[in-house]
Design a protein around this ligand. Sequence first.
Ligand code: DOR
Ligand code: ZN
Ligand code: ZN
Length: 425
Amino acid sequence: MELALDNCMLLEGDKLVLKQVVINSGKISEINEVGEQRQGVEFIYCNGNVLLPGLIDAHVHFRVPGGEHKEDWISGSKAALAGGITTVVDMPNTSPSCTTQALLNEKKKIAERDGLCNSFFHFGASNNNAIELEQVHGIISFKIFLGSSTGDLLVTDEEKLKKIFSTAKERNMVVAVHAEDEEIIQKNIKKAKELGWNHAKYHSSIRDNEAEFKSIEKALSLQSEIGNRLHVCHVSTKEGIELIRKAKQDEQAVTCEVTPHHLFLDESATEELGNFAKMNPSLKSKRDVEALWKGVRDGTADLIATDHAPHTLAEKEKNYWEAPSGVPGCETLLPLLLNAVNEGKIGLKHIIELCCENPAKLYGLKGKGFIKEGMDADLVLVDLKKEIIIENGNLFTKCNWSPFSGWSLKGVAEKVFVQGKEVGP
Ligand code: DOR
Ligand code: ZN
Ligand code: ZN
């Protein structure tokens, strides 16, 4: 049966206009003037609320297999829908890491069975899966960790990196990098231990600006030698975003993303939140945050992606050295961004580019990211005036805490449609 979302606001150019969006067999079949009458069509009246393309979160860790106590596809996708996200791209640093076709197929089966949203997959590039990289299908990028983080995916050997970049080039595949320099991190860890540091407030001195700068520089230099497409995940520093701006000016094939936590928090949050604000890359200074916003505004940042990386309360309550890095981010994504729209920090058009259109284009996600006839009916109806308070213990993510707990935000997802079906929030 057809479904008509009537009286919803769509962004056309720079203007919001009232329209009717008709959905048939999971796709957007027509965009009509408001109020058009049709026989045999179910109507949903949208009260003039804004309809956005469902958000695409190009960077999540849903923890299957091996970390189901932190998140699984049921809890993770519910958190996604609450945050206006209809498509997620899952990362490979699971247990075991997703570095073979067989493991990928297994993960896809589970995502298909349990997930309430659309799913795509990054594939892990390791020190010993060169053949798999040549043959694997059903993925959208090769993910490399240039600095160690959660999981066992770290590649630092120059020759191996070159081989991975070359295979990506041959296959027109994006190389997505976690860019932090392992040598600098290890040197800083040694120093921190000598000084007896044991608190998340030192995390940004260990995973420092130089570590990110050096690593992005290296990735850019490999890209320029080999000519593949490069995507820098979660840029967190002024130096990093400036390096990427310069590379783009020089027409290098590079894109990058920033996370909500690096945009809305700075390193001072670690004083109070401790390990609940410990993630890699670390939160940086206010100066860095400003530079990231500048990068968002001038188009240096291509995407906003959450790096949703849940860990349990018990894991986070360990001492600094033992507590894992990462924070959940899916269900706070849209409220944080809509609140920023309400505060005049960013425009809706820009959010659609960063969270819908650009990720769809970058990763070639067919049918996604745009409200147009023929596209998938992945949609989110938002209420820009409704306020919510983010609260630990009252969340969909299995870890059930958020670094934004206590924040009052204006702007939420009212209804979420995945391939034409109302599924949330
Ligand atoms: O903070 C992080 N957590 N950074 C990463 O690179 C990995 C992630 C995780 O999987 O926990
Ligand atoms: Zn990462
Ligand atoms: Zn990540």
